[in-house]
Design a protein around this ligand. Structure first.
Ligand SMILES: O=C(O)CCC(=O)C(=O)O
Ligand SMILES: [Fe+2]
Length: 335
């Protein structure tokens, strides 16, 4: 069994070696149709499993999140980021909370530079206590939209995780119990992201990334993107960092791009693949206005113990796991 500290160090060290530009190649990111989920569950499970144990990324269509909810969430996201800085600053992401607003605060271990973005995270168990909801005067209807959107994404995430649970020999509702939104230990989160528009671009701007190379530290990510606002690239095979090659993921309205995070990779004894990805700056001649995306990060409740069927790694609580990764990303100054 690997020692927990060694494992943590290995994961973080890996991130520091992958921040370069690298090479780009074409690959297919599988598209999986969730139509008639209950009736087709066995077939869908095989498709999800094949994608998740290989490239670690897949796109869901007919997933059941209504288009109007997604459009509304993007509208509310724009309204939030359009607020004056001093209003947004009333709702800061305090250390270790993974909730609230941050501006160019995430320094990826891979690059040592801050992501060129601002983000606002909704972790429903913490919003009231930390006073992170903008007032209705500042942003009418924001809280209701976010709660509805969060719940809809949670539902899709639990369907997908239920399929993985079956393949891992766990009860179907295993991950649903581990991501119970009614518990105060809930730590799944919606992240609204606004990547800053590029202005008067200079050569040195390209030393930055909209989001530096990383793998996610959760179980499963559901990412909503907008048609025409590209830049997401994935590179499978993080065990062989010297052979990494980056592939563009097409952003399309209404499709949910999913990826496995490190928490689930560990929970599956490394069967499910948490794949490196990044958001590159627009290339000269490409659309270089603002880019908006919204992610739902399913990350197990703090008290859930992560231990795989084969017990490849020492048990670790999901709370400890998150704190380890958050401090590696948000407690750093730029290098
Ligand atoms: O905005 C995107 O396309 C990807 C965001 C992402 O990878 C993240 O926030 O972890
Ligand atoms: Fe990510």
């Amino acid at each position: 069994m690997a020692n927990a500290a060694d494992y943590a160090l290995k994961e973080l060290n890996k991130e520091t070696t992958i921040g370069g530009v690298g090479v780009e190649i074409e690959r297919t990111v599988p598209r999986i149709d969730l139509t008639d989920f209950d009736a087709r569950k066995a077939e869908i499970t095989e498709e999800l499993w094949a994608a998740a144990t290989d490239i670690g990324f897949f796109q869901l269509i007919n997933h059941g999140v209504p288009t109007h909810l997604i459009d509304d969430a993007f509208l509310k996201s724009k309204h939030f980021f359009d607020l004056p800085q001093e209003v947004k600053a009333q709702y800061p992401m305090a250390r270790g909370t993974n909730s609230g607003w941050e501006y160019k605060a995430q320094v990826r271990p891979s690059t040592g530079t801050a992501d060129q973005k601002e983000s606002y995270q909704v972790t429903i168990s913490r919003m009231d206590e930390l006073g992170l909801w903008p007032t209705p005067e500042e942003l009418a209807g924001f809280k209701a939209s976010m709660l509805t959107f969060e719940r809809a994404n949670w539902g899709v995430a639990m369907k997908v995780l239920g399929c993985f649970a079956g393949k891992l020999g766990m009860p179907t509702d295993f991950f649903t119990t581990a991501h119970d939104p009614m518990k105060p230990t809930y730590q799944s989160t919606v992240r609204l992201i606004h990547y800053l528009a590029m202005k008067d671009t200079k050569q040195e701007d390209y030393k930055y990334w909209r989001a530096g190379a990383h793998s996610d530290y959760n179980c499963l990510t559901l990412l909503h993107q907008r048609t025409g606002q590209g830049g997401l690239q994935v590179a499978p095979g993080k065990d062989q960092v010297e052979r990494l090659a980056w592939t563009e993921v097409e952003p399309l309205d209404g499709i949910i791009t999913c990826n496995i995070g490190d928490m689930l990779m560990r929970w599956s004894d490394d069967l499910l693949q948490s794949t490196l990805h990044r958001v590159r700056m627009p290339k000269p001649g490409e659309y270089d206005g603002p880019r908006y995306s919204i992610a739902f990060f399913a990350q197990a409740n703090k008290d859930a113990m992560i231990v795989g069927p084969q017990e490849k790694y020492e048990p670790m609580s999901a709370g400890d796991y998150m704190q380890m990764r958050l401090s590696a990303n948000f407690d750093k100054k730029e290098t």
